[in-house]
Design a protein around this ligand. Structure first.
Ligand code: S3P
Length: 444
């Protein structure tokens, strides 16, 4: 499908955003790790969460969907059985990495595989520490998927260790903390900067507390002491996904005449770095009514069209907006002056090489960019000519380019736009209902 976005119409109204992807992934998997019946209301059912749902059935958790309520009934991770076939994780690194950690705890033999894109993503950062803990796991010679786990008897506990991650990663941290449930003592994961902490919050609610301490230099230490009891089942309503809201926030900021309200959005500080960035760029974005809901801060975001100025980003801001660089790039392209990002080499290992791909696609629509090893520069301009671009198999790149079309001088056509369904079901429909001139057209 092509998504054709034309400028000229403001976005207005109130719009709920889809359920949080990170929390939905965890809720599905952790419900299968708990013993008993869990329910997740408003779970994100999309391209990336479906493989997780299929996987938990394969290891012995039963589930059914009643509308948007997912009911899961599981014997608990120590009673998981080996899946009959390789677990297909699609494009979802979260599915693959978190499942690897959980299967490592369960000692269940399994193969984890995924799309061509997923097979290119680095897994050595997970395989090596798991092996050090005593998990019989291997990947390809290049340190990529497929990952193969061999059987390990449950009475053979994993080694209690301290593990230092070279890069902040919530997926790797989570996988190691899940494996730690089967360790013979406390396991500590140290990351150079704090990554999102949804795993720690949800595990706490299930009776497995992770102690986190932050050092002055920003280093975060997370220690899980294996609980003696099984994980408790839960009922959860995931908040709206800030990473999906990000596209609507940027859309409203850059499109003249826009004014949006986005209720029920998750505002975990590990996720909302883009809010601070946009405010520092001069954007009119307000957060109303923050409240704690089931261990996560949730609130309403209000945003109005406003002029933006360029900004420099680096340091701890990077992990706090790691998924938002595509949305940020659309904002930077419309800002007064240049914007620069440094210390974000990790972006090269996302659904696409988000440094190379963003720079390339922005240039196609007439925006001047410069690529660095660890970031990029974008020269903001008033009149972006528009053109045709390709999302490189990356849902967030597709949405960022589409949003830019709202504020360009001419239309932007995003090819292979069905990829947006990975995380934001009916993205085009949502923009349309808010007033945008967008059209889906079959690929010629
Ligand atoms: C995620 C963590 C992030 C993020 C990804 C989802 C998660 O990756 O980019 O989209 O749900 O844990 P890292 O593992 O690099 O932090």
């Amino acid at each position: 499908m092509n998504l054709i976005v034309r400028p000229g119409r403001p976005l207005q109204g109130t719009c709920p955003v889809p359920g949080d992807k990170s929390i939905s992934h965890r809720a599905i998997l952790f419900a299968a790790m708990a013993e008993g019946r869990s329910a997740i209301e408003g779970v994100l059912i999309s391209g990336v969460t479906k493989p997780m749902l299929e996987a938990i059935r394969e290891v012995g958790a039963a589930w059914n969907l009643e509308g948007r309520r997912l009911n899961v009934h599981s014997p608990g991770w120590p009673r998981w059985h080996p899946p009959a076939t390789p677990l297909a994780c699609g494009n979802s690194a979260t599915t693959l990495r978190l499942l690897a950690g959980a299967l490592a705890a369960a000692g269940v033999p399994a193969t984890l595989d995924g799309s061509e894109g997923l097979r290119r993503r680095p897994m050595g950062r997970l395989i090596e520490p798991l092996q050090k803990m005593g998990v019989p796991i291997r990947g390809t010679e290049a340190g990529t998927a497929p990952l193969v786990l061999s059987a390990r008897p449950l009475h053979q506990r994993l080694r209690a260790l301290e593990i230092r991650l070279p890069v902040a990663s919530a997926q790797v941290k989570s996988a190691l903390l899940l494996a730690a449930l089967a360790a013979d003592g406390p396991v500590t994961v140290v990351e150079p900067q704090l990554s999102r902490d949804h795993t720690e919050r949800l595990l706490h609610a299930m009776g497995a507390t992770v102690e986190t301490t932050l050092a002055d230099d920003g280093t975060a230490r997370h220690t899980l002491t294996p609980p003696s009891r099984s994980l408790s089942p839960f009922t959860l309503v995931p908040p709206g996904d800030f990473s999906s809201a990000a596209f609507l926030i940027v859309a409203a900021l850059i499109t003249p005449g826009s004014h949006l309200r986005l209720p029920g959005v998750g505002l975990n500080p590990g996720r909302t770095g883009l809010l601070d960035t946009l405010q520092e760029m001069g954007g009119w974005v307000r957060v109303l009514e923050i409240r704690e809901r089931q261990g996560e801060p949730v609130g309403e975001i209000e945003v109005r069209h406003s002029p933006l100025r360029g900004i420099r980003i680096g340091g701890a801001r990077v992990p706090a907006m790691i998924d938002e660089f595509p949305a940020f790039a659309a904002a930077a392209a419309c800002a007064e002056g240049s914007s620069e990002v440094h210390g974000a080499e990790e972006l090269r290992h996302k659904e696409s090489d988000r440094i190379g791909a963003l720079c390339e696609e922005l240039r196609k629509v007439g925006v001047e960019t410069e690529e660095y090893r660890d970031g990029f520069r974008i020269v903001g301009r008033r009149a972006i000519p528009g053109g045709v671009c390709d999302p490189h198999g990356d849902h967030r790149l597709a949405m960022a380019m589409a949003v830019l079309g709202l504020a360009a001088a001419g239309p932007i056509r995003v090819r292979h736009a069905e990829i947006t369904e990975e995380s934001f079901p009916d993205f085009a429909g949502v923009l349309q209902r808010l007033g945008a001139d967008v059209r889906l057209e079959r690929e010629a």
